[in-house]
Each structure stands twice: as C-alpha cells, then as structure tokens.
Design a protein around this ligand. Structure first.
Ligand code: SAH
Length: 396
C-alpha cells in the first residue's frame, strides 16, 4: 500500500497499543508535569476528565481547570474529581482547587490566564476551520501560558489501520500529516513568541517506520515569561465560560487539617512508645521479681541511625509516662509538618496533657485498656506527679 506521500507502507490489521494510546498521551503529560512542576494546569477539551483526575495527584499543582464545549460530559464526569475520605485522612501538602468550565476553546475568558501549562490532547482535529483559525490567537496570544502541549493524529499512520473510514473519529474535521501539523505549529509559535519541539507516541510496526508515530505532539514553550502587568490588563475582558463545578481539596496549609495530621502522627508515636514502655516494664518486673521500681528509663530505639537518639528519652514517674516534646519533634514526619518545636506545642496543646513546664506530653497509663500489667504492679510505683492530672484529655 502507498501512503498519502507516495511512500510504501505495510498494512497491518487491528493495530493495538499497550498501554492504550490514550493512556500513553496522559502519561506523556504526567511525565512533563513531574519534570516541570507547574502550579496551574488547564486541560482544554477535557471530555471525561480522566487526565484531570490523574493530574490531581501531583503535589506541585494548586490550580487545575478543565474546559469542554460538551456540558453533559462534564456534569457526568465531575464525580471523578470529588474529594474522598482519603483526602481528609491524608491531606495534600499544598492547596488544590479544580474547576470545570463549559465553553469553547476559541472564546477568550480571563479564568484561563496565568497558567503554567495548557494541554490540548486530541482536541484541534475537532475544530471547524474557522475555530482552528482563531485557536492560536486565543491560546498563545490571549491565555499565553508558559507551556502548551498539543497532540493530534498523524494521518500518515492511518493506512496501517484496517478500517476504511476517512478519519479515526466521526467528529474529526481533519487529520494532518507531520508536515501540515509542524508548519501550523511553527507558524503559531513564531507569531506568538514560543518555541516548539515535536515528538510522538505509538510506534509504527517494523517495516513501516517511515510513517512516524500514530499520535503527533508539539510541546510549546514561551520565549519570554509573562509580565504581571499584561495579565492584569487582560482581566478587563468579560467572562464567557460557565462554571460547571468547583472542588476544593483539604490541605495542610489549613490549620485545622495540619492540627489533625500532627495529632495523628503524635498519637501514633506515643502509642509505639507506650508499647515499648510496657514491654520494658514487663521485662524489668520479671528480672527484679517484684522489686519496687520508681523511675523507668526507656531504651526502645536502639538503631544506629535513629533520629531520636540525641533527644531526651521518655520516662515514667509513678503511673505517668512523660514523652519529651523534643523527642516527638525529632520524628521526621512531625518535624516536617511542624517546622519548629513551638509550632508542635501549639498544634497539640488542645489534644494532649502537657507537663507543668510544657516540655513533655503526659500519659496516665493505668487507665489504658491495653495495659497488661495488673493494678497491683502499678500500685507499687510511686511518683510525685502520679496523682497530678488524671488521664482525661489523653486518648491513644
Ligand atoms: N482530551 C480528551 C478527549 C479529546 S476528544 C482525551 O485526552 O481523552 C475532544 C474533546 O474536545 C471532546 O470532549 C469535545 O467535546 C471537545 N471539544 C470540541 N470542540 C471544542 C471546543 N471548541 N472547545 C472546547 N472543547 C471542545
């Protein structure tokens, strides 16, 4: 068989890509995001919102927007972007707001200004000739994001498919060969101050390498980054899109979620330390065969690279277990969440009982259900703070 350029190509029945081409295109975008860490990303022609759904897991992204001309597809698929229990149990480090807009990619709307990345995955071939002619001015001229990824079918690959349809999808208005796409992209890039590089996905089968990738991709990078003033000037333009929905994710930037995350981590470490204490007491009791014990030092963390090693050790006076805040702060996750000791103290102050000098968390052990030492054992351990504060407020 001969392709549109007169080159001989080998015809293959039922060409299949694994993973699917659609997944490969999304992975291409995700890899790009992983590498360049954009904060604001918009997917135009977002359809079933699957790419947005994948993008929402990227920590760098704080604003995600999706736009489609088909309102129905957006309302049917927005559920993919809703928050779930896991988002509250383990909140993101940074805030994330996702908004879906109904509108056309050739309408100028200020809500898509100032983005770091705009993706148009298999979109342009759905545009009528008039829309296609307006597209570069809106995307590169008006929205003017730092980077743009555009993918579209490579028509040179089509003869390798077994079907007889003109285009790969009934809604496609055209499909370009590589020369057509590249000259369109280079023109747009030159005109609006971008540089563009071409690549693709979906290798042709052996013997048909000349047709190129099944999907062709242009990656555009703005030559001069946005001046802040130009963004503000453009904001005088009226909004044309309608908002289908907005989803706001919980993040550790909000104090209530940070407080909860720190408390969870602190309680989890306290629980581990308490278990180690009980073990240590049990062993000591066996060794001393009933001798009175007034002060127990813990030796629960003995590993060489233990980050807590240099910090004050937890101790027990009577039936009260003291865990120095310094010790808790030395656990990497707690340190990461709080930043400094004072913040740790402030964040857990309402959740735990602190010693009178504020340096340790106090846990009354006798009331703990899983304390497997008998009351008599504990009656023997006297200590000055033993009856100091009860166990209320300390819940493991
Ligand atoms: N990007 C998606 C699907 C692309 S299909 C993916 O990667 O799977 C093309 C999508 O573009 C369709 O959902 C269609 O409704 C939308 N579309 C077509 N013309 C449009 C326009 N002028 N403005 C915005 N979206 C458009």
């Amino acid at each position: 068989m001969v392709d549109s350029e007169g080159r001989g190509v080998q015809v293959k029945e039922n060409i299949k890509f694994t993973p699917s081409l659609s997944e490969q295109r999304h992975k291409f975008v995700l890899d790009f995001v992983r590498k360049h860490k954009p904060q604001k990303v918009a997917d135009l022609g977002c359809a079933n919102c699957k790419l947005l759904w994948r993008l929402k897991y990227h920590e760098s992204i704080e604003v995600l927007a999706g736009l489609d001309i088909d309102e129905n597809i957006l309302t049917r698929n927005i559920y993919r972007l809703h928050t779930g229990a896991g988002d509250y149990l383990d909140p993101r480090e940074r805030p994330l707001t996702i908004t879906l807009y109904h509108g056309s990619v050739v309408e100028k709307d200020p809500c898509l200004l100032g983005f770091d990345l705009i993706t148009c995955i298999e979109l342009i071939e759905h545009l009528e000739a008039k829309e296609l002619s307006q597209f570069p001015e809106v995307i590169f001229g008006f929205f003017s994001p730092t980077t743009v990824i555009i993918s579209t079918p490579n028509s040179e690959f089509n003869p390798l498919f077994s079907g007889k349809t003109l285009f790969r999808h009934p809604d496609h208005k055209f499909e370009w060969n590589r020369t057509q796409f590249q000259s369109w992209a280079l023109d747009a890039a030159r005109h609006y101050g971008y540089s563009v590089e071409f690549t693709g996905l979906g290798e042709p089968p052996p013997g048909a390498e000349a047709v190129g990738f099944c999907t062709q991709i242009g990656v555009f990078v703005k030559n001069i980054p946005n001046a802040v003033e130009s963004l503000h000037n453009e904001k005088t333009i009226e909004c044309t899109y309608t908002t289908v929905g907005t989803v706001i994710y919980p993040s550790l930037k909000e104090e209530k979620y940070l407080r909860k995350a720190v408390s969870n981590e602190v309680f989890s470490q306290i629980l581990k330390l308490k278990r180690a204490l009980l073990e240590s007491l049990k062993m000591k009791k066996d060794r001393d065969s009933g001798d009175e014990l007034e002060f127990v030092k813990l030796e629960c963390d003995k590993s060489k690279n233990d980050p807590t090693e240099e910090t004050p050790k937890p101790f027990c006076i009577g039936n009260v277990f003291y865990i120095p805040l310094e010790r808790l702060f030395s656990f990497p996750k707690i340190k990461h969440l709080c930043g400094d000791l004072e913040t740790l103290k402030m964040l857990i102050a309402d959740e735990v009982r602190l010693s009178s000098d504020g340096s340790s968390v106090m846990i009354n052990i006798v009331d703990e259900e899983d304390c497997d030492l008998s009351d008599n054992d504990w009656d023997d351990y006297s200590g000055e703070e033993r009856n100091g504060g009860g166990s209320h407020g300390t819940c493991l």
